[in-house]
Design a protein around this ligand. Structure first.
Ligand SMILES: *[C@@H]1O[C@H](CO)[C@@H](O)[C@H](O)[C@H]1NC(C)=O
Ligand SMILES: *[C@@H]1O[C@H](CO)[C@@H](O)[C@H](O)[C@H]1NC(C)=O
Ligand SMILES: *[C@@H]1O[C@H](CO)[C@@H](O)[C@H](O)[C@H]1NC(C)=O
Ligand SMILES: *[C@@H]1O[C@H](CO)[C@@H](O)[C@H](O)[C@H]1NC(C)=O
Length: 434
């Protein structure tokens, strides 16, 4: 009896222990939400030819306007983020970075004020090496000065790229030094790193250290506007989930890169898959699209409150792939209140809609639906499926390359079962059925 009690206590301690120490700047308690220019607008600096689509202060002011007036802010999107190609080709006489004077005539301070006046936050971009990826001045040797410059401008987020580091062995030091430099400014600045992405070419990154210094971090290749890009990111994430999922939690998150919904390359089903899986992965929701002109279906999906609630769930645990069956993939994410989010992707790219039979008893974590669960389908459409018993079978229909997203709520929450279930998710026992 005493031994059993002790075991229960230890289990509880394991479950409650936080992933690892997170960067302590008060930010990223849930994944960041906002907009980032890169995937859609890239390095378009030709404002004569394309005044509305070039990297200029107008672009961010117009996106901020759209975010404030079209429901984005209310849905939780708050950061308006600049990527590469904003700076002038040279630093100023004091060695400070400066915005390109033609494209940012008002300067960055004024742009930050504008974005703040809309109730939003401004993100900026720099690089840990000698030059940015597009060849603009890098921050190597200037970390303290650049952090201070960004703080003086009123910047709220820094995306720190990893190109052109003189030696890859300096990457960790460079990212850590910039983290400390941001802290020293006294301004809370969200720190978005690409440290593991650049280290992976040489070595397995130390995620304990990364979590200690960054609010989110890119692991894998840039997203682009295509289904193969989304599946490539999902496959990489599933293959590395034992390593990267435990690193995520309040304060710091894995970043599978931007949401490309609302552009040209993904069908509506594929857009649902990206949205659903970014929620399961507790990913930052940084859209890269044109909010001034976006398809109403993409907009509705990006603003879907039930999907966003899964993404922002306060328990702060990243989900993982728990099964591959008959060209379906099942991904699960534990939520607060003993709930579970389940995504079922139809990875078959031929034929029509297929039925996936849900037997609550079939998948390991669903066993905690004992004796029954209340099942609600969130995507492709909201549908209350009602009480499901452990051994009853319901079918969900999933289009090719689409996803059904469900929320499963145990009807009675047995706290001991719930602890075991969280423990199961922590240690990924589900791998045994893959
Ligand atoms: C700087 O770091 C300290 C210690 O981790 C923390 O308490 C403080 O809030 C941080 N300040 C900022 C501005 O991030
Ligand atoms: C990081 O900061 C330390 C201490 O100031 C310094 O010795 C080191 O050279 C810096 N590394 C890089 C890559 O800037
Ligand atoms: C990883 O980083 C942590 C925290 O900085 C450190 O304590 C640990 O020794 C590092 N692990 C390895 C294998 O270098
Ligand atoms: C099941 O969940 C839905 C959605 O939260 C709710 O509206 C419904 O009342 C629940 N049904 C039962 C029987 O608890």
């Amino acid at each position: 009896m005493a031994a059993l009690a002790l075991e229960t206590v230890m289990l509880a301690v394991c479950v409650l222990a936080p992933a690892a120490r997170a960067l302590d700047n008060g930010l990223a308690l849930t994944p960041a939400m906002g907009w980032l220019h890169w995937e859609r607008f890239m390095c378009n600096t030709d404002c004569n030819a394309e005044p509305d689509n070039c990297i200029s202060e107008n672009l961010y002011m117009q996106m901020a306007d759209a975010m404030a007036k079209d429901g984005w802010k209310e849905a939780g999107y708050e950061y308006v983020c600049i990527d590469d190609c904003w700076p002038s080709a040279s630093r100023d006489a004091q060695g400070r970075l400066q915005a390109d004077p033609k494209r940012f005539p008002g300067g960055m301070k004024k742009l930050a004020d504008y974005v703040h006046s809309r109730g939003l936050k401004l993100g900026i971009y720099a690089d840990v090496g000698t030059k940015t990826c597009a060849g603009y001045p890098g921050s190597f040797g200037y970390y303290d000065l650049d952090a201070k410059t960004f703080a003086d401008w009123g910047v709220d987020l820094l995306k720190f790229d990893g190109c052109n580091m003189p030696k890859w062995t300096l990457l960790a030091e460079g990212y850590i030094n910039m983290s400390k430099a941001l802290n020293n400014t006294g301004r809370s600045i969200f720190y978005s790193c690409e440290w593991p992405l650049y280290e992976w070419q040489y070595t397995q990154p130390n995620y304990t250290a990364i979590r200690q210094y960054c609010n989110h971090w890119r692991n894998y290749a840039d997203v682009y506007d295509a289904w193969t890009s989304v599946t490539g990111i999902l496959d990489w994430t599933a293959e590395h989930q034992d390593l990267i999922v435990p690193a995520a939690g309040p304060g710091g998150w894995n970043d599978p890169d931007m949401l490309v919904l609302g552009n040209f390359g993904l069908s509506l089903d594929q857009q649902m898959t990206q949205m659903a899986l970014w929620a399961i992965m507790a990913a930052p929701l940084l859209m890269s699209n044109d909010l001034r002109n976006i398809d109403p279906k993409s907009k509705a999906l990006l603003q879907n409150r039930d999907v966003i609630a899964i993404n922002q769930d306060p328990l702060g645990k990243q989900g993982r792939r728990t099964a591959k069956v008959n060209n379906f993939e099942v991904w699960e994410r534990p939520l607060s209140g003993g709930k579970l989010a389940v995504a079922i992707i139809n990875r078959q790219e031929i034929g029509g809609p297929r039925f996936f039979p849900i037997t609550l008893a079939m998948l390991p974590s669903w066993k905690f639906c004992n004796p029954e669960c209340n099942v609600t389908q969130i995507l492709p459409s909201y549908q209350e499926m009602g009480i499901q018993k452990l051994l009853s079978t319901t079918n969900v229909q999933v289009n090719p390359t689409g996803t059904a997203l469900l929320v499963v709520t145990p009807s009675t929450l047995d706290p001991r079962l719930h602890e075991k279930w969280l423990y199961f998710h922590r240690d990924n026992k589900a791998n045994s059925i893959l």
